[in-house]
Design a protein around this ligand. Structure first.
Ligand code: GAP
Length: 516
């Protein structure tokens, strides 16, 4: 636990120190749960978005993209159910004056039991050594089974009270499980209340309810209301999808854990419209496809898992999360939801406009069913950074052990693809040659020129921002027009001709490597 907290702290400070993420409005003591992306952060984030967009839109003939406005007609949110049901249950501690989400407190109670199970597993692993079979131990050890049954019982009950919005049931769970304020240990709780997560604002000079607008809490509704526009103008046949990347806003009650839970964030969502009855087939298809997308980045399979929802949102008949092992444990990274025909039917009802598709193969009209894939861009950023940031011991120029911090990002996601470094700063022949190389390469990809400090320190700076290739211009370059190219992870250095740099780097950093 302490180790995990330390790793997370290090990640947060690395993000700030190297220009990836800053707190919003820091000079005014910051705005809670709102963040700004710095010079390297914006490049990494754009690369994540490009990877998603290309793999969803460019690689699928039957998926097209849109960019809908953040503001939508307020009836949109009545129809979608967000005005009435997009709530989180909150509870206040009367002594500490701290506010919590009831479901989070109960989930944390279960995580503590899970930690006890993990302790038993570690103990047995030590005792039995190589002969230890973890799966069998978990399936047969009476103490583990008892604790697991306790977790299952609590989670099942939580899902039921959440689904029913049963505030008394939630309070009963808090009391019966003897849940205390995690910060102070006090059990002096208020009654739980529902809290709507949508931010609202006013349209023009129209006062009161009439002019009330919401900042969209999900990008999906911009897709639903445009379903017929897109279908007609692109002549897509079902099954087909509409994809979108854009900002979403949620007035989260508790927003800790850095960019994991923000009040302003970005989503990458795709709604896939299918024939009714075929949705489960497509649901399984998209689950598998999206998991592959994550694995292609080199994230180990052990860091990713599916979690089927016990507690279904008001619109879904099946839902699963792809969870990632963040420094603070396995948490939701992406959702895959079978949303039925709920949204289109509701918009049909509220707008009075038909949201139907004429299926030429079946010769009939129907409201399509929808399978959605929805991932937070910022959460993906956090997952990517937390997997990539590594401290390791490597040999230095004299072959001695030296510690380095390196960001082992997939080269296609790296903010800077190549750094050009003259061996010495005060040798004009070297710096002008390096500048010429840099001036050519910058047309092809993000390149950096750096001549400050000793070469070893410059390598470390590039390692810390994840630059996959460093090109060094030395005295040999002046004689034969070759440079050394150093690969970030293996530290292997090759001598290559200057006129081959662009091709070699391009082949190794292009997005195509990920998409294939
Ligand atoms: N349209 C469906 C939808 O919005 P969701 O599970 O509420 O579903 C989808 O959100 C994804 O958006 C999540 O898996 C997560 O990656 C991201 N997300 C949701 N709330 C977020 C927040 N407050 N901060 C950052 N990312 C968030």
């Amino acid at each position: 636990m302490a180790q995990q907290a330390e790793t997370f702290k290090k990640l947060v400070s690395h993000c700030k120190e190297y220009g990836f993420i800053y707190q919003s409005s820091e000079i005014y003591d910051s705005l809670a749960a709102v963040y700004d992306y710095g010079p390297y952060g914006v490049l990494l984030k754009n690369n994540i978005k490009e990877y998603w967009w290309k793999s969803m839109v460019q690689m699928h003939e039957n998926i097209v993209g849109i960019d809908a406005a953040i503001f939508m007609h307020p009836t949109t949110w009545k129809a979608s159910g967000h005005v009435d049901a997009f709530n989180d249950p909150l509870i206040d501690n009367k002594d500490s004056k701290r506010r919590y989400r009831v479901d989070h407190l109960i989930e944390e109670h279960c995580e503590k039991i899970e930690a006890k199970i993990q302790k038993e597993v570690e103990k047995a692993k030590k005792k039995f050594g190589d002969a230890f079979d973890e799966a069998q131990f978990r399936a047969t050890n009476p103490r583990v089974l008892e604790r697991q049954a306790e977790i299952d019982k609590v989670m099942y009950r939580l899902a039921r009270v959440m689904e029913a919005g049963d505030l008394n049931g939630m309070k009963a769970m808090i009391d019966e499980l003897d849940i205390k304020d995690p910060e102070t240990g006090s059990a002096n709780w208020t009654e739980p209340r529902q809290f709507n997560l949508m931010f609202s604002t006013q349209l023009g000079n129209i006062a009161g309810e009439e002019g009330k607008l919401y900042l969209r809490p999900e990008t999906a509704q911009g897709i639903f209301v445009n379903f017929l526009n897109v279908q007609k103008t692109t002549r897509q046949k079902i099954p087909f999808g509409i994809a979108q990347i854009g900002k979403a806003f949620r007035n989260e009650i508790v927003a800790r854990q850095f960019i994991f839970r923000m009040r302003e964030f970005e989503q990458m969502e795709m709604q896939f419209f299918v024939q009714p009855g075929k949705e489960m087939e497509w649901y399984e298809y998209w689950k598998a496809k999206r998991l592959k997308w994550h694995l292609a980045l080199g994230h180990p399979a052990t860091k990713l898992r599916f979690h089927d929802h016990d507690n279904l949102a008001h619109y879904a008949n099946a839902a699963a999360d792809i969870e990632f092992e963040f420094p603070f444990g396995f948490k939701e990274l992406e959702g895959i939801h079978s949303r039925t025909d709920f949204d289109l039917t509701e918009h049909q009802k509220y707008s009075g406009k038909k949201m139907q598709y004429f299926d030429p193969e079946l010769n009939e009209n129907y409201v399509p069913y929808v399978v959605e894939t929805s991932i937070g861009c910022d959460r993906m950023f956090l997952a990517t950074m937390s997997h990539a940031l590594v401290d390791e011991i490597v040999p230095d120029a004299e072959g001695k052990d030296s510690e380095r911090t390196v960001l082992k990002l997939h080269p296609a996601l790296a903010p800077i693809k190549c750094a050009v470094l003259p061996l010495l700063k005060n040798k004009e022949e070297l710096t002008s040659k390096a500048r010429t190389i840099f001036d050519n390469l910058k047309f092809a990809f993000n390149t950096q020129y750096d001549d400050k400090d000793a070469i070893g320190r410059r390598y470390r700076r590039q390692d810390a921002i994840g630059t996959p290739y460093c090109v060094t211009v030395d005295f040999e370059t002046l004689e034969d027009n070759t440079v050394t190219i150093r690969e970030r992870d293996s530290l292997v250095q090759e001598r290559i001709p200057i006129d081959k740099i662009e091709q070699i780097v391009r082949e190794r950093v292009e997005m195509k490597n990920l998409l294939q």
